[in-house]
Ligand binder design. Structure first.
Ligand SMILES: Cc1ncc(COP(=O)(O)O)c(C=O)c1O
Length: 342
């Protein structure tokens, strides 16, 4: 990808653009993890019978690096990403990348692709995608004891071009994203595969995402396809507590930002009916930080919940505060940023 003018950075989609190189490690039981390899290849060598192709031995992460107002380069919440990636590998019985490897790979991929890191002020950032796949060959279902761990990156444009604005989401009671005691709390490919059909149904209704309910009783709010849910009411930031949602790092961060701003934070079961009482609702995740929800459509009951036509004041304050920390404008009092030494 060529270097771009500022306006072109702002026009980038939230999508994959090829950069100069990626970072790789391979694992074999008798050798452990290989030293770091730097590759300019956009493809991976994967055996036909590899576990990742057949049995879902695949996990990933997503985080961002930012060029700050002061010119310094920051990766947001790298230590939290390390923990969640390791939890996903444990859950899939895959070799667990070490903390040092993950940190080295994420910082090195930024350093080596600096010309693709968008300038401050364009609203664009660099998205990092760590991914681990099981490469053991077998026709039997079993954990993969060989693996590839790769970190690649791509510049991404601002999630909402022309400013943050509300989306619509759809509740689907017919298809669950995950099982009640399944893998919802880790970031593995299989969870996303299961959400694609409900996602397609929601898209057909003009919705940007699905709002899943708890898979056991379908009584409580869980989360969206690739984002957690939160709501604002009476000076409170309210978000679901559930075993079947991915512990969003953005949500965890927003809970702290909310406390710092003097809001109360409630993490608890949220019955679907409570949707009619909220002042503001939103999805939160690394991509957008916050996508305000303007309308929720219950696909099976036909019920609709309407919120504001523009971003609510509390959501916007949370969003802006977090963005300012990421770009080094606001003090990073909780040490969420890792400075990449250049
Ligand atoms: C299912 C799911 N929930 C929530 C999130 C938000 O998590 P985070 O804030 O760590 O990006 C994501 C995206 O990573 C996701 O895929």
């Amino acid at each position: 990808m060529m270097e771009l003018a500022d306006w072109e950075w702002s026009e980038l989609r939230f999508d994959y653009y090829k950069t100069d190189c990626n970072i790789r490690y391979s694992y074999a039981p008798d050798q452990g993890w290989s030293p770091m390899q730097i590759s300019t290849d956009e493809t991976l060598p994967v055996p036909l019978a590899a576990a990742c192709l057949h049995y879902g031995s695949s996990l990933f992460e997503g985080l961002k690096a930012f060029r700050g107002a002061d010119g310094r380069v920051r990766i947001f919440r790298l230590e939290e990403t390390v923990k969640r990636l390791q939890a996903s590998a444990e859950r899939l019985c895959m070799p667990v990348p070490t903390r040092e490897m993950i940190i080295e790979a994420c910082t090195e991929v930024v350093r080596r692709n600096l010309r693709h890191l968008p300038p401050y002020g364009t609203g664009a950032a660099m998205y990092l995608r760590p991914v681990e796949i099981g490469t053991s060959t077998s026709f039997g279902v079993k954990p993969s004891d060989e693996a590839l761990f790769v970190v690649f990156c791509s510049p991404v444009g601002p999630y909402f071009k022309g400013g943050i604005r509300p989306i619509q989401v759809a509740i689907d009671r017919e298809q669950d994203r995950v099982a009640a005691h399944g893998t919802g709390d880790v970031k593995i490919g299989a969870n996303y595969a299961a959400s694609l059909l409900p996602y397609r149904h929601a898209r057909a209704l003009g919705c940007a995402s699905v709002l899943f309910l708890d898979p056991k009783e379908h009584k409580y709010l869980d989360e969206c396809v690739a984002a957690n849910f939160f709501a604002i009411r009476d000076g409170k930031y309210i978000t679901p507590k559930s075993q079947t949602i991915l512990p969003s790092i953005t949500n965890k961060t927003l809970r702290q930002v909310a406390l710092d701003m003097g809001l109360e934070v409630e993490e608890r079961l949220i019955p679907v009916e409570e949707l009619s009482t909220f002042e503001e609702c939103g999805c939160c995740g690394t991509g957008a930080i916050i996508a305000p929800i303007g309308k929720i459509i219950d696909m099976q009951t036909g019920q609709e919940y309407h919120y504001t036509d523009s971003v609510g004041p509390v959501s916007y304050k949370l969003y802006q505060h977090l963005l300012d920390i990421q770009y080094g404008v606001e003090e990073d009092r909780h040490s969420w940023n890792t400075i990449v030494e250049l």
